[in-house]
Design a protein around this ligand. Structure first.
Ligand SMILES: Nc1ncnc2c1ncn2[C@@H]1O[C@H](COP(=O)(O)OP(=O)(O)OP(=O)(O)O)[C@@H](O)[C@H]1O
Length: 345
């Protein structure tokens, strides 16, 4: 199989398990983001893929070949890690050509490749500039070009854009994604920024406590989160209790939601409903009785917080469709069955 495969990869530091039995397939040419809170094991997993750390158990395959014990420099990787900064005393061109030079490429070949890469990162004519004179975004582009100079099989980036300000960061996310698509290079990025992951990835891998909680396309992660952790970590959501009777009829906060499918045998649990899926109406049949407690107008959207059965529920609407509801008013919360995602606990 072409691409990267992680087979039951585990990393222990003493008795602490930083990465636990991770299984993942990254098909050739796809873009994967490892996403999760601080300490979830994403960097440790990346370091094992890069060959900077050895797994305690499990195997790593690249295009079918077992590379678990292959040293980093023989893995055919391009890497942009926070700690691997540009060489400050070299020019842009010398930085980019570095790995070509140590592989014995001739001057002409180096120059041709540098020019190609500079065009690709939108910095044509920058070869002779000292890197010290570049802006943060330009430096990051040069680091990317340097990593891609040898046309690696696998491109690994650890928090590549975290030092940039918000606006530049967003622009670079789009640029990086476009570059990856143009080159068709298998790419893995570590990030703790969910917006970044959702923007760039074909597959978002959400990790927590050293384990993969869900690996799926961004929209699926958002619309069909697998469990409570993913639902809560990605975007904002309402986590609400449900009960179900023997016939499979489910009730959320005590109010039946006809058509809500609950796995057979499950009598209670939690559903996730995104705020934009919550509809507020006048109280009535089929609606969860609630009271408005707070309304926040953010300009682009309006958030209405209501309390129902001792729980807070937030509904988001566009300003032109805002429910005209005042604090203290009794309202009804209506949930479409297909907006309710039954979660694994
Ligand atoms: N060399 C090490 N020795 C002992 N523990 C380690 C070592 N490296 C990482 N850990 C621990 O393993 C866990 C995972 O660390 P890791 O750096 O992979 O997390 P992360 O998800 O990348 O976090 P962050 O976003 O903060 O970088 C953490 O609890 C960390 O303290």
């Amino acid at each position: 199989m072409s691409g990267l495969t992680l087979e039951n990869v585990t990393k222990q530091f003493g008795s602490f398990t930083a990465v636990n039995n991770v299984r993942l397939t990254v098909p050739h040419g796809t873009f994967v983001c490892l996403l999760g809170p601080s300490g979830c094991g994403k960097t440790t997993l990346m370091r094992m893929i890069a060959g900077l750390d050895l797994p305690t158990s499990g195997a790593i395959r690249l295009d079918g070949a077992d590379i678990t014990h292959v040293p980093t420099h023989k893995r055919d990787l391009g890497m942009v890690f926070q700690s691997l900064a540009l060489f400050p005393h070299l020019t842009v061109g010398e930085n980019i050509a570095y790995s070509l030079r140590i592989r014995g490429a001739g001057r002409e070949e180096q120059k041709k490749r540098v020019d190609e890469l500079l065009a690709m990162i939108h910095l044509p004519g920058y070869a002779d500039r000292p890197v010290a004179k570049l802006s943060g975004g330009q430096r990051q582009r040069v680091a990317i070009a340097r990593a891609l100079a040898i046309s690696p099989k696998l491109f690994l980036l650890d928090e590549p854009l975290s030092a940039l300000d918000a606006k530049l960061r967003e622009a670079m996310q789009v640029e990086l994604r476009q570059l990856q698509q143009r080159l068709g290079i298998t790419t893995i990025v570590v990030t703790h920024d969910q917006r970044e992951a959702m923007t760039m990835a074909d597959t978002v891998v959400v990790m927590n406590g050293g384990e993969i909680r869900q690996a799926a396309p961004p929209v699926e992660i958002y619309r069909r989160p697998a469990d409570t952790f993913v639902a809560d970590f990605i975007g904002s959501t309402n986590l609400l209790d449900f009960t179900a009777d023997a016939s499979g009829t489910a009730a959320v906060l005590g109010t039946p939601v006809p058509g809500l499918a609950v796995p057979a045998g499950l009598t209670s649990g939690t559903i996730s409903v995104r705020p934009e899926e919550v509809r507020l109406t006048a109280p009535g049949e089929g609606a969860i009785p609630a009271t408005v407690v707070f309304v926040r107008d953010l300009g682009g959207t309006v958030e209405t917080f209501v309390e129902a059965a001792g729980r807070q529920i937030v509904a988001v609407s566009m300003p032109h469709a805002r429910p005209d509801m005042a604090v203290g008013e009794n309202v009804g919360v209506r949930l479409a069955p297909d907006a309710c995602v039954v979660l694994k606990s």
